[in-house]
Design a protein around this ligand. Structure first.
Ligand code: ATP
Ligand code: SF4
Ligand code: MG
Length: 344
């Protein structure tokens, strides 16, 4: 047995972790493929504190999942390689840690819920065995005790008749219930940070809302830092504290959720907001952002959004806009960000 342990975070009077839990700092990842080098993550910086929800938003292929996989230490290497940056958990760079230390952080420090619960669960074991595995392997519990804890976890995620359902197999659960099982598994070791990667996209709208509510409730109760990955701005309005918007492997805007909705400071965010369907505009055609995300084998010069941007100017083709801090909680990577936030 290793004596490596996850260092304890600062705690408040009730024993809950406080402060900054996870920081991704200027992360760079590339995939070396037969077609060339795809620069998938190009300097991503974001953080999550105890008790807050950060939504990471962006179109398909913007690098949301690869960033999460790199945090979890499950990047597909090769072809994926980290070429720069740091990922700090409670101040310590995880990329510099031993494999054993990272393994310990996985599950206890940071856990992840995947989009597709059916393929993430093993079809040949009942859910009690799969949840219980964490208690058996990581906590050294007996099979009977691990099963008891698995039932408690199913109760926690509000699966009715947990005592019976613990013996059932993944295919016996509905999509929403399976996602609850995944959440139960991810929370088994009481992580401080939970990354939920598109946890509701495979579900219908009513069930989506139920799973979101459950995640929000568990996050509040446990004072976890929650990173909620989604491509749907509509989903995050009620649950997120802050939003980081990704485009072509960069953060292009970061803001408090209310600030971002009230006054987006990046044309890409404006485009995303305009493509949310609104109940009061039934029947009106949905606006979408013109064009497609760029090939990551050949990212456009200057601002990578310029070929699609309705505000683009010659400077946008020449100069990469840095992520500029515009206020205590907001930053934007657009040459005209200050003009966007100062307009009425
Ligand atoms: N194993 C891999 N090999 C080569 N390229 C990969 C691999 N995994 C991801 N990529 C590429 O990395 C880029 C970012 O992918 P990623 O899965 O992070 O996107 P995403 O933002 O999560 O999108 P989505 O909303 O579709 O989940 C994509 O262009 C993808 O093709
Ligand atoms: S820098 Fe230029 S191209 Fe990029 S988002 Fe701003 S206005 Fe558009
Ligand atoms: Mg993804």
């Amino acid at each position: 047995m290793s004596d490596v342990t996850v260092s304890e975070p600062q705690v408040d009077t009730s024993g809950r972790p406080t402060g900054r839990l996870l920081e991704v700092d200027n992360l760079r990842v590339e995939f070396r493929t037969r077609d060339g080098v795809a620069k998938v993550i190009n300097g991503v910086t974001y953080h999550v504190d105890a008790g807050e929800t950060l939504a990471v938003l962006g179109e398909s292929g913007s690098g949301k999942s690869v960033t999460a996989q790199t945090i979890m230490g499950i990047l597909d290497t090769p072809p994926g390689f980290v070429t720069g940056g740091e990922i700090r958990f409670q101040g310590r760079d995880m990329l510099a840690m031993s494999a054993e230390e990272r393994r310990r952080i996985r599950g206890e420090g940071i856990a992840m819920v995947f989009q597709d619960a059916l393929s993430a669960l093993n079809p040949v074991f009942n859910v009690g065995f799969q949840i219980g595995e964490q208690f058996r392997v990581r906590r050294g519990m007996s099979r009977a005790d691990a099963k008891k804890r698995a039932i408690e976890m199913l109760d926690l995620v509000k699966i009715p008749n947990a005592k019976q359902r613990v013996n059932e197999y993944p295919h016996q659960f509905s999509g929403g219930m399976r996602q609850r099982v995944m959440i139960a598994m991810s929370l088994a070791l009481d992580p401080q940070v939970l990354i939920a990667d598109e946890p509701t996209t495979a579900l219908d709208v009513t069930v989506q809302a139920q799973i979101m509510d459950l995640l929000a409730e568990l996050q509040r109760e446990r004072q976890m830092g929650l990173i909620l990955i989604t491509h749907d701005l509509g989903v995050v309005a009620d649950v997120a504290d802050r939003i980081a918007v990704m485009y072509a492997g960069r953060i292009v805007e970061e803001a408090d959720v209310h600030e971002l909705y009230a006054k987006p400071a990046h044309p890409y965010t404006i485009g995303l907001l305009e493509s949310i369907p609104r109940i009061d505009e039934k029947g009106q055609q949905l606006r979408t952002i013109r064009g497609l995300p760029p090939s990551l084998l050949k990212i456009p010069s200057g601002c990578p959004f310029h070929p699609r941007c309705p505000m683009a100017q010659p400077v946008c083709v020449e100069k990469v806009p840095p992520l500029l801090q515009l206020g205590p909680t907001r930053a934007s990577a657009c040459h005209f960000a200050e003009e966007l936030v100062s307009r009425d």
